[in-house]
Design a protein around this ligand. Structure first.
Ligand code: NIG
Ligand code: FE
Length: 419
């Protein structure tokens, strides 16, 4: 990989979106205030926040002199939320794609020295500016499609300085691009080679040194674990959750992706924001998640890439009323996906979500999976102005097209990001 030595150039400031955005057609479920029934609505942005929202015919006269942006009947959605990504890493793993096509399983690739630890090597070798530049390109693809909030995990450093590097890059991306970034510490993603056969020593390091240090540096918004046969045990997962709890940090879990480890129920006991993947989730896991208000994060990109055939229990989650989010799980191994709309499409075609479920999955439920439901994922007064105007006749088109980006305009953090 070639090194980028100069620091990333600051991006030019984006134009302010302050003014009246009129003649918009809200996607069903887009507005925090369900009492607003109008199909022609306007939205007032002042100082980067939504100051008013309602029927265009009811726009208060006080806003009459503000700049006007005519939406021309465009579909309006909240800014999209990508609630599970591993966006910051060095290298890429197309070689494993070939290995799997030749018949190797994800677990076999990992056992052969590939998998997560292959990305760990490349990430450790890269400096912070290189990682920033690599991740910035990926982030730009997601932002162009209307993403206004994104979760970024660590977990390819697996040592204090390298996990720090990933999390710092995540924070810098948020500042440089004016996008809400939630960082998740995933030190318990895989066993680093220097801890081979000493997984308990590594988990002790994660809990006693890495997590408290990085939390103290303000780099950690949530804590995650890869609880799996090829990841960490249930007891180790719980140890990390206890360390998170002691620091007042919310938890999430890579749960029941390849087998039913019972991780979701444990995560729910710790009030987890979300349990993610969950192809092998049990009825007990579902009941525990429902009780705790934990979001089920569906990751069709990983399911597709691994040519998995074990579907997550969608109907049981639906029957139980567990909110379902949909995310890219962008990572170099199992989901090199850079389109959240494609994930909505795949959640419908592969997992049989309804279109409204898939659209809620990339907006309001994704926001909930990050603990951002009061500010993101639906549109309401007092929230930051994050919204997207779409060139579509029907909201269903957002999950229908693939390889197409029908964006008309993106307003992100009160700035016109795409027009
Ligand atoms: O979410 N399951 C573990 N973590 C990632 C895969 C990471 C990798 O293979 O690099 C996931 O699918
Ligand atoms: Fe993941």
């Amino acid at each position: 990989m070639h090194a980028i030595t100069s620091p990333p150039t600051p991006l030019p400031p984006l134009p302010s979106a302050d003014g009246v955005w009129e003649h918009l057609r809200p996607m069903p479920g887009a507005l925090a205030d369900a009492a607003i029934q109008a199909t022609d609505i306007s939205l007032v942005v002042q100082q980067g926040q939504i100051a008013w929202i309602g029927a265009t015919s009811a726009l208060p006269a006080t806003y009459a002199d503000l700049p006007r942006f005519n939406g021309g009947g465009a579909l309006l959605t909240p800014g999209l939320v990508d609630c599970h990504t591993h966006l910051v890493y060095g290298g890429q793993r197309s070689n494993e794609f070939a290995m799997r096509l030749a018949g190797a399983s994800y677990e076999a690739v990992a056992q052969a020295g590939g998998g997560i630890v292959a990305s760990v090597r490349a990430t450790r070798e890269a400096d912070e500016d290189t990682l920033f530049a690599l991740a910035a390109g990926r982030l730009e693809a997601l932002l162009a499609e209307g993403v206004c909030a994104i979760e970024i995990k660590s977990g390819y450093g697996l040592a204090l300085e390298h996990e720090r590097k990933q999390l710092r890059v995540a924070r810098r991306l948020g500042e440089a691009y004016g996008v809400t970034v939630r960082t998740t510490f995933l030190g318990a993603h895989a066993l680093p080679p220097e801890y081979a056969h000493r997984s308990q020593d590594y988990i002790d390091l994660v809990c006693q040194q890495m997590l408290p240090t990085l939390a103290d540096e303000g780099l950690v918004d949530a804590v995650d674990v890869f609880c799996e046969r090829i990841g960490f045990s249930l007891a180790q997962t719980e140890q990390v959750f206890q360390a998170a709890k002691a620091l007042g940090l919310p938890v999430k879990l890579h749960a029941e992706q390849l087998s039913d480890m019972g991780g979701a129920a444990v995560a729910a006991r710790y009030g987890a924001l979300s349990c993610d993947h969950i192809e092998h989730l049990s009825d007990e896991g579902i009941a525990a998640m429902k009780q705790a208000g934990t979001v089920a994060v569906l990751l069709p990109g990983a399911y597709y890439t691994l040519r998995d055939t074990h579907l997550p229990p969608i109907q049981a989650l639906r029957d139980a009323g567990v909110p379902m989010a949909v995310s890219t799980d962008h990572n170099p191994g199992t989901s090199p996906a850079l389109s959240l709309l494609l994930m909505a499409n795949m959640a419908c075609t592969l997992f049989r979500l309804t279109v409204p479920e898939a659209l809620a999955g990339i907006t309001c439920h994704a926001a909930r999976a990050l603990g951002l439901q009061e500010t993101h994922g639906t549109l309401g007064v007092g929230r930051p102005a994050n919204f997207v105007l779409w060139n579509v006749a029907d909201a269903a088109e957002l999950a229908y097209w693939f390889g197409h980006r029908p964006v008309r305009a993106v307003v992100r953090q009160g700035r016109i990001a795409t027009r």
